[in-house]
Write a protein that binds this ligand. Structure first.
Ligand SMILES: [Zn+2]
Length: 342
């Protein structure tokens, strides 16, 4: 045989093997085809065995062709074998469905308790004509402090444990910064709430995280009075927490005058005194007050013409009180065992 004849034979063998592999196969005839083409006495191996009989110049070509054909057949065989294996194993095949297997239970989703109470709060304030506004979480000290009547080096800044960024900005310590931004860009009368995240340098424990949610509120009108503040906030804690007994206490915040704290009767001991309320029977829920004239002036509003009140609810705390959660960290854990209880 000359070289052309041998090469032609190798090609024929390869094509024939391909055709046979393509026909309907099962594991048994798959192995048979393999044996026929790559077995000890197969044509290809016989050619290889007798390769020394050929002229040296055609040996190389014949060797290469045989090996190329062999590795092609080898690969086709391997792929088909794997496919057969997968077809026989239901888990390995997308086509085989075992109708007797129990189905996967689809859990109905629900909103996170913080989101749920936040949505409720927004709805409640919307019903009283309040609009939702937003501000940046990374603030300037101007909006976070100065414009709220807390000048640099004022001892009141110590109340807010602040993170300072290298570029001079700060993660806002309260949503009160949004008050100033709103007053600068809108004309009174104003009724707005600003929910959002705030950041303080706190050591983490059951009631403190370095990040927390606050809902800021601002009400400005020509005739706004302290009684408006009282009425609206009492209605708020009644709606959100079902609070029956409330009280206002005087408090100091640089951006309000007078400043107040709204307390509700302790939801855990109903006023008898417990460790949560530190035996007082009351829990502080909403710091608030009438907007300080200086804050109006910073924002370009005439304090002789307009009055207003503001409040900042520590929102996570309200959620804890509403659902009797004793550790704030649970609300942020993402633990489904916890979240499924709501
Ligand atoms: Zn108590």
């Amino acid at each position: 045989m000359n070289s052309e004849e041998i090469l032609k034979k190798i090609e024929q063998a390869l094509n024939k093997a391909k055709v046979e592999f393509n026909e309907k196969i099962n594991e048994k005839n798959l192995d048979e085809i393999y044996k026929n083409y790559l077995g000890k006495n197969s044509l290809l191996n016989n050619i290889l065995r007798g390769i020394s009989d050929y002229e040296p110049e055609i040996r190389k070509n014949v060797g290469l062709s045989v090996n190329a054909a062999k590795s092609q057949i080898e690969e086709i065989y391997k792929n088909l074998k794997e496919q057969l294996k997968a077809d026989n194993n239901p888990a390995g095949s997308s086509l085989r469905i075992d109708m007797s297997l129990p189905g996967v239970k689809i859990e109905p989703f629900h909103t996170h308790p913080i989101t749920a109470v936040l949505n409720d709060t927004v709805d409640f304030f919307s019903s009283m004509g309040f609009e939702v506004v937003e501000g940046p979480e990374i603030e300037t000290t101007h909006y976070n402090f100065d414009a709220l009547n807390i000048p640099d080096n004022h001892p009141a800044r110590d109340i807010w444990d602040t993170f300072y960024l290298k570029n001079g900005f700060i993660p806002r310590t309260h949503t009160s910064s949004v008050q100033v931004r709103t007053m600068e860009t809108r004309k009174p009368p104003l009724r707005v709430i600003a929910p959002g995240r705030c950041y303080r340098y706190e050591s983490v424990d059951a009631t403190h995280l370095f990040m927390f949610n606050q809902v800021e509120g601002l009400f400005i009108d020509k005739n706004a009075r302290l009684s408006d503040l009282k009425g609206i906030l009492e209605a708020t804690v009644k709606h959100l927490l079902g609070a029956k007994k409330t009280r206002f206490r005087p408090a100091f915040y640089p951006f309000v005058e007078p400043g107040l704290d709204l307390d509700i009767e302790c939801v855990f001991c109903h006023g008898k005194g417990c460790s949560v309320c530190k035996s007082s029977g009351w829990i502080e829920v909403i710091p608030c007050g009438m907007v300080h004239p200086k804050v109006f002036e910073y924002a370009g509003i005439n304090p002789a013409e307009y009055k207003g009140f503001a409040f900042g609810m520590g929102f996570d705390r309200l959620v804890m009180l509403k659902y009797n959660v004793n550790d704030l960290r649970l609300l942020y854990s993402g633990n489904m065992d916890v979240l499924n209880q709501f």
